[in-house]
Design a protein around this ligand. Structure first.
Ligand code: IMP
Ligand code: MG
Length: 182
């Protein structure tokens, strides 16, 4: 089967640069308030989509913190839905740490459910989740979200870290992709 061409036309703006900036400032203030007086937070990003959001957010957080990364992928569609593979593991121990997971988007919920279970199994003291986007209507398994940038409809979005076949990550805003996704 030939993969469809990616339509590189500039996607329509869904969330503007200004709206992202404003919301990120609010989220950083909330995080500082919640973690005030605690030990350094271990902020773990899920590669690659969360990188742009994570950098902008954490530059505004004052609470001492460390960073780490997971990279995940789902297995081919021929296997059980929701089976997640860890491609890159965090290089800092999570035992007895307050972990703040940073994700670009929660869609079905399978990725975050798997990661949160793994962190709890490894003895993290607390695990909270901060996601830039929440596609509420697409959820198949529940995950507790503590900080949400924006709730969006069930559309395919790109930009500000989010990709289609690794295209569009460097768009400064979040746009709706106009073309076939699968
Ligand atoms: P999950 O379905 O909640 O496990 O989400 C898994 C991953 O799918 C996310 O971390 C994103 O990398 C990707 N994803 C879900 N929806 C979109 C989208 O609209 N645009 C780009 N990537 C998406
Ligand atoms: Mg992702």
């Amino acid at each position: 089967m030939t993969p469809p061409e990616v339509n590189l036309k500039r996607p329509r703006v869904l969330i503007s640069v200004e709206d992202l900036e404003r919301r990120i400032t609010e989220l950083a203030a909330e995080i500082d308030r919640d973690y005030a007086g605690s030990e350094p937070i271990l902020c773990i990003g899920v590669l690659k989509g969360s990188v742009f959001f994570m950098v902008d957010l954490l530059k505004q957080v004052q609470t001492p913190l460390q960073i780490g990364f997971f990279q995940t992928s789902s297995y081919g569609s021929s296997t059980t839905a929701g089976e997640i593979r860890i491609r890159k593991d965090v290089d800092i121990s999570v035992r007895d740490r307050d972990v703040l997971l940073i994700e670009d988007i929660v869609d079905t919920g399978y990725t975050l459910r798997t990661i949160m279970a793994l962190l709890e199994f490894r003895g993290a003291r607390s695990v909270k989740l901060c996601t830039m986007l929440d596609k509420v209507a697409a959820r198949e398994v529940e995950v507790p979200i503590h900080y949400t940038g924006f709730q969006i409809d069930n559309v395919f979005v790109v930009g500000y870290g989010l990709d289609l076949d690794d295209h569009f990550r460097n768009l400064p805003y979040i746009g709706v992709y106009e073309g076939d996704v699968e």
